[in-house]
Write a protein that binds this ligand. Structure first.
Ligand code: TXA
Ligand code: MG
Length: 324
């Protein structure tokens, strides 16, 4: 007998989106696609559901979560928008940008979801199933990436199932995520600050703001939010990761970018033509596939640090960081 609770995987359609919305209302956990990565959703206003979400992921600390909403009107009920926030939301929502803003005094999001902070992270996803679910549910949904803590973010429903089978109620499957890296996070609490490079390139944001983004005092880190300057290994595959490699060793697998050198071992290419958008979309699924090839190490070719390359290199540096 298998006593493990079942996790249902349902293809996203109007009927299953209603099922998923009812599951959220009942305090359940629903994984759903966004344009960046799959998120693990819970009703942001139910503290118990949020607590179950932390437990399902196995997060070691109560780190604040992003609240997902349908648009700017819904966002205004949760947070205070200054003129920079208005400008960025108008330019880039829906899309892969998360804004950290002062929380409204009467914000209904549970304190557990914001980890007791007086700020809140908000995002309006563009992906059709995410939007349909948020519309059907009608309340904010907190959603971290739908992976076990310590694993690579999921860009496909089967990645979610591999990590969270038996720990969550439902997975809405709507195929692979087109962007492939998590949203860019900008704090608008003082001077606009880039907390996490992500799916929206820094240069696009700076163009709209008319000035450069500040560097944070400490990087966003979901494993150890209070440990300054630590590069957590939470995007880490099991294999060691070696960066900026032009000549892989015989016992390594190669994660190539652009034209690959001659190599007889397992090779996956992020983008043979050197396209950073394609590379971001393939990053996490290629890391997962190379990790199951059973090699001791993954050698990664250099990726230029421009556009989406900034987010790709951030995730690769975390994957290569010493394991805690
Ligand atoms: O693309 C994404 O952003 C995905 C999809 C599912 O939307 N979500 C995601 O969530 O990447 P998560 O939990 O893996 O990362 C959210 C990050 C955390 O590192 C957290 O520390 C930061 O956002 N965060 C949330 N609220 C914050 C706040 N009030 N101040 C500073 N950082 C905050
Ligand atoms: Mg995550």
């Amino acid at each position: 007998m298998n006593a493990e609770p079942q996790t249902r995987v349902l293809p996203a359609d109007p009927a299953t989106i209603e099922t998923a919305s009812a599951c959220l209302t009942a305090g359940g956990l629903v994984a759903f696609p966004t344009e960046t990565v799959y998120g693990l959703g819970a009703d942001a206003t139910q503290g118990e559901a949020v607590a179950r979400l932390y437990a399902a992921k196995g997060r070691p600390a109560f780190n604040p979560l992003i609240s997902h909403v349908t648009g700017l009107d819904a966002a205004r009920r949760l947070a205070c928008f200054n003129p920079d926030a208005e400008r960025l939301a108008t330019a880039f929502w829906p899309g892969p940008l998360t804004l950290v803003l002062p929380k409204q005094p009467n914000c209904p999001v549970s304190d557990l979801a914001t980890a007791g902070l007086d700020s809140i992270a908000l995002r309006v996803p563009a992906q059709r199933t995410a939007r349909a679910l948020l519309e059907a549910f009608g309340k904010p949904v907190v959603a971290p990436s739908a992976n076990r803590s310590g694993h690579v973010s999921p860009t496909d429903a089967k990645h979610v199932l591999a990590d969270l089978r038996g720990r969550i109620d439902l997975i809405l499957d709507d195929g692979p995520c087109p962007v492939g890296v998590e949203s860019t996070i900008v704090a608008l609490l003082g001077e606009p600050t880039l907390l996490r490079p992500g799916g929206l390139p820094r240069a696009d944001i700076e163009r709209v703001l008319g000035r450069p983004l500040k560097a944070p005092d400490r990087a966003v880190d979901e494993e150890a939010p209070l440990a300054p300057g630590m590069l957590a290994s939470h995007y880490a595959p099991k294999a060691a990761v070696r960066l900026n490699v032009r000549e892989p060793r015989a016992d390594e697998a190669l994660l190539a970018f652009g034209p690959a050198p001659p190599f007889s071992g397992v090779t996956l290419n992020l983008s043979p033509t050197g396209d950073l958008v394609e590379a971001a979309a393939k990053l996490f699924s290629h890391l997962r596939r190379l990790d199951t090839a059973g090699v001791a190490a993954i050698a990664v070719m250099p990726v230029p640090n421009e556009g989406l390359g900034e987010a790709i290199n951030d995730r690769l540096a975390r994957a290569a960081a010493p394991k805690a």
